[in-house]
Design a protein around this ligand. Structure first.
Ligand SMILES: Cc1cc2nc3c(=O)[nH]c(=O)nc-3n(C[C@H](O)[C@H](O)[C@H](O)COP(=O)(O)OP(=O)(O)OC[C@H]3O[C@@H](n4cnc5c(N)ncnc54)[C@H](O)[C@@H]3O)c2cc1C
Length: 392
């Protein structure tokens, strides 16, 4: 079975769905292929923090109603160390803006609904197997719809690889045509989602000699926690009691404060890896979001970068397909890469600030204290942190 469209979008995550919504708004024909079912995609909990500029972007395109109705706005975060704590009012420091705390699965649900309401073609349970002729102007994408034996092929003028870090699209770029910058960070993370109301008004980053602990906000009844662990430590090593007592110890302050416990909904160990693939395009194939670059959750940038990539790509694809103007499409990688590297730099800076040195080196620990004191006492550094963190 063969069909034609203007743009095939592989993957219905934040990148693919924002791109699809923008293209349909511009009257550009596109098809989204997503290997999971709608229910699975709408239930996948990951990010929760949208930057100020992502919120503006969604509002600009009429895609922020759900977020405006249900998200909480936050402009302060808290750092803890050795029983002490201090807050940074980053929203105020960045000029009166805020983060929007809105779970990624809610945003994905909203973007699916708006695309389908606009008459969009989104095929769930459709797994892309291969791409062909991506170096030419007539690329094609072959996929298999769940329950069918035969494969289907879509021919397009452009393909958007929005299929996340383990997708098929990035592999279509010949090794000689791209450079992959990769860093395996020296810390491991256990990520925990629990049915527990937040024990804090602000996200907490706690530095402890046993390792970093984070308490992030999601909703009134669900919270996310992070614990630094040995890289590769399996989740089975972390039964519920160990998780809660370790969070208690690492988040402790020398004043009345307690952590509210709840049922653990998800416990995973995370590979703390950063990747940037350069360029983010090859022939008619354009990569966006985690398909092009992976960033650790430190600093909460991944979904935000995915939305920003998709926004730039939507404008560029529209100009090409509607007006025949290739300039923005040709410049896509160069347009996006500086912001992607800045996010990587900020995330690494924050990682070094809050993680216990992997080698237990006393010198490194003292440097870390000095850095945290600097953030607490130096208004210029706090202002820089604020702008980077909130994405002003
Ligand atoms: C624990 C955790 C916390 C995080 N917290 C934050 C945060 O607070 N803020 C933030 O900005 N980011 C955060 N992130 C990162 C964020 O979740 C990702 O960066 C984001 O999901 C990237 O979006 P994407 O659309 O590029 O890719 P994805 O969301 O991965 O979407 C890719 C889609 O492609 C589909 N797909 C893959 N292969 C195929 C195929 N062969 N055929 C068809 N479909 C395919 C997948 O099923 C998926 O639906 C966090 C991540 C984790 C793991």
């Amino acid at each position: 079975l063969r069909e034609d469209t203007a743009v095939v979008i592989v993957g219905a995550g934040p990148a693919g769905l924002l791109l699809a919504n923008r293209l349909i708004q511009e009257g550009v024909d596109c098809v989204v292929l997503e290997r999971h079912t709608r229910a699975a995609v709408e239930a996948r909990a990951r990010a929760g923090v949208l930057e100020h500029r992502s919120a503006e972007l969604l509002a600009r395109h009429g895609l922020a109603d759900g977020m405006h109705a249900a998200a909480a706005k936050h402009g302060t975060c808290e750092f803890r160390r050795d029983g002490t704590r201090f807050t940074v009012p980053y929203g105020e420091l960045a000029g009166g803006v805020a983060h929007w705390v809105y779970p990624q699965q809610f945003l994905v649900r909203d973007l699916i609904a708006s695309f389908l309401e606009a008459g969009g073609d989104l095929r769930f349970a459709a797994e892309v197997g291969e791409l062909a002729e991506v170096a030419t102007e007539r690329p094609s994408v072959t996929y298999r719809q769940a329950g069918e034996d035969r494969q289907r092929t879509l021919r397009a003028r452009l393909v958007a690889g929005c299929d996340g870090p383990k997708g098929v699209c990035a592999r279509q770029v010949p090794a000689g045509a791209r450079r992959v910058y990769e860093r395996q960070h020296e810390w491991g993370w256990l990520t925990v989602l629990a049915a527990a109301p937040p024990s804090t008004e602000h996200p907490i980053y706690a530095l402890h000699r046993r390792g970093f602990a984070g308490h992030m906000l999601r909703t009134a009844t669900v919270s996310r926690y992070y614990l630094q662990c040995v890289p590769g430590d399996p989740p089975e090593n972390w039964p519920a009691e160990r998780i809660w007592s370790e969070l208690d110890a690492r988040l402790a302050v020398d004043e009345p404060w307690s952590l509210t416990r709840g049922e653990l909904l998800e416990t995973r160990t995370l590979e703390m890896r950063s990747v940037v693939s350069v360029p983010m395009q090859h022939g008619s194939l354009y990569l966006a979001g985690d398909a092009a670059h992976v960033i650790t959750p430190v600093g909460a940038k991944g979904a935000n970068l995915a939305l920003a990539d998709a926004d730039v790509l939507a404008t560029a694809m529209t100009r090409y397909l509607r007006d025949g103007d290739r300039a923005a499409l040709d410049a896509y990688s160069d347009t996006r890469l500086p912001a992607i590297w800045r996010a990587q730099a900020f995330s690494r800076w924050l990682m070094e600030l809050v993680h216990a040195p992997a080698d237990g080196d006393g010198f490194a620990a003292q440097l870390q204290r000095a850095r945290m004191d600097e953030l607490r006492t130096n208004p210029s550094l706090a202002a820089w942190f604020a702008g980077q963190y909130v994405g002003a």
